[in-house]
Write a protein that binds this ligand. Structure first.
Ligand code: SAH
Length: 392
């Protein structure tokens, strides 16, 4: 295995367990046989072993460490990692559905696996892990005997690694519209054509958190996707639920899910752009007891954080104006580029501009199957806030 050397003594980030090594942290590499995707041993300038990682000179993250030990990286290594991730999820109470593997937080950078009962959806977002797909599939087969495995690698970030965007079966083909159970409800999700891996598991415990505030409430949800929050609201006793999403496919899926749970008389979804209608309905002085907002990441890049903050402020301000005095706003942000404090500050500014006083009910993050590693800032990404909204 090729040895590569850090150009300075190990910095606190790497020493503290961060698995990324950037190109400018390495001494020039002279081994002409070293190919993109190969494993390398990483050493400090004074030849102390750091770990073994995969190499890609195309990527700014030139090496991602897989282990800090002298161990063989083979099919069995991946089996042990995936088994450990599964045992951790089981310990936390997960059985049917969970993010089985959350990349860096489970010690294999750039590998994501969602478990939807007997079906698995996988993303390999860097070349060095993409090459190990057969070993990862073999491990899933051995541990779970799945009904199906699907690859959702149609993600632009792969291009930074010189990888194509692609999706398809990694097992025998199967119908990709699957059904999953969550909190006693059922949801269809399409893992081939749906967003990301097909279903957002990261809000699982947050969906439960709305139970006390939606009873007998008139609810409006925006950015509903498969309608999970809204159908939960109806199930928890809301008297009426209106849901909007800009995607025709999402709205169809959400209406189908409402019917699947016999809640179609309470819960209706329609196609609309949240930015337009929230503004219009606020002008018309429509009122709801509970407003729920779960927008997409408004930015993918650090350079556009201000745009994202403006987006959050705008929709939350509109949302607060639609809340009855003493009602609730349920609001999320799913990008790690906006940190929790920035998000809270933005909501506070929105409240000020809307002339509302907000009282925090709850502020939490993603479900426990998406573990946060302290010091690995990109593992903490979801912000979920419930506030009571009163007129000033
Ligand atoms: N709440 C969902 C996840 C929402 S994902 C869940 O728990 O599963 C974000 C959704 O916002 C996507 O479905 C996307 O189609 C929708 N969206 C993006 N821009 C929008 C806009 N301007 N207006 C309404 N919906 C929008």
């Amino acid at each position: 295995m090729t040895k590569v050397f850090l150009n300075k003594k190990m910095n606190p980030r790497i020493a503290g367990g961060h698995p990324w090594i950037f190109g400018n942290e390495l001494q020039p590499i002279t081994d002409a046989n070293l190919m993109a995707g190969n494993l390398v041993e990483v050493y400090t300038p004074d030849k102390k072993f750091v770990g073994i990682g995969y190499f890609n000179p195309k990527s700014q993250i030139t090496v991602r460490l897989l282990t800090r030990k002298h161990e063989t990286i083979d099919e069995n290594f991946f089996y042990r990692k995936i088994m450990a991730a599964w045992q951790y999820r089981q310990k936390l109470g997960y059985r049917e559905n969970c993010r089985l593997f959350f990349g860096e937080a489970d010690d294999l950078p750039a590998l994501i696996i969602d478990k939807f009962n007997d079906y698995f959806v996988m993303q390999t977002l860097a070349l060095g892990i993409d090459l190990w797909k057969p070993a990862i599939v073999a491990a899933l087969e051995k541990i779970f005997h799945p009904k199906g495995i699907y690859e959702r690698n149609d993600i632009p970030v792969r291009e930074l690694e010189g990888l194509p965007q692609q999706k398809g079966f990694l097992s025998a083909p199967f119908p990709t519209e699957i059904m999953l159970n969550e909190n006693g409800l059922q949801f269809y999700a399409d893992i081939e054509t749906g967003q990301k891996t097909g279903y957002f598991l990261d809000q699982q415990h947050n969906r439960k958190a709305i139970e006390p505030i939606v009873k007998n409430a008139k609810v409006l949800g925006a950015f509903t996707y498969t309608g999970t929050f809204e159908i939960h609201a109806a199930h928890f006793g809301a008297t009426s639920v209106r849901g909007i999403d800009i995607s025709e496919q999402a709205v169809q899926q959400a209406n189908k899910n409402a019917a699947l749970n016999h809640l179609e008389n309470i819960c209706h979804f329609e196609v609309a752009n949240a930015f337009d209608v929230l503004k219009r309905w606020a002008k018309e002085e429509q009122k709801y007891d509970v407003i729920m907002l779960d927008p997409p990441a408004f930015t993918k890049s650090r350079n556009n954080i201000q745009n994202a903050l403006n987006g959050y402020k705008e929709i939350n301000l509109r949302g607060m104006k639609l809340v009855e005095n003493g009602g609730f706003l349920v609001t999320s942000s799913c990008t790690n580029l906006v940190n929790p404090q920035q998000f809270l500050n933005t909501i506070e500014m929105a409240a000020k501009d809307a002339k509302k006083r907000i009282r925090q009910v709850l502020f939490q993050t993603q479900s426990n199957d998406h573990p946060i590693i302290r010091g690995l800032e990109n593992t903490e990404y979801l912000k979920f806030l419930i506030v009571e909204v009163r007129n000033r």
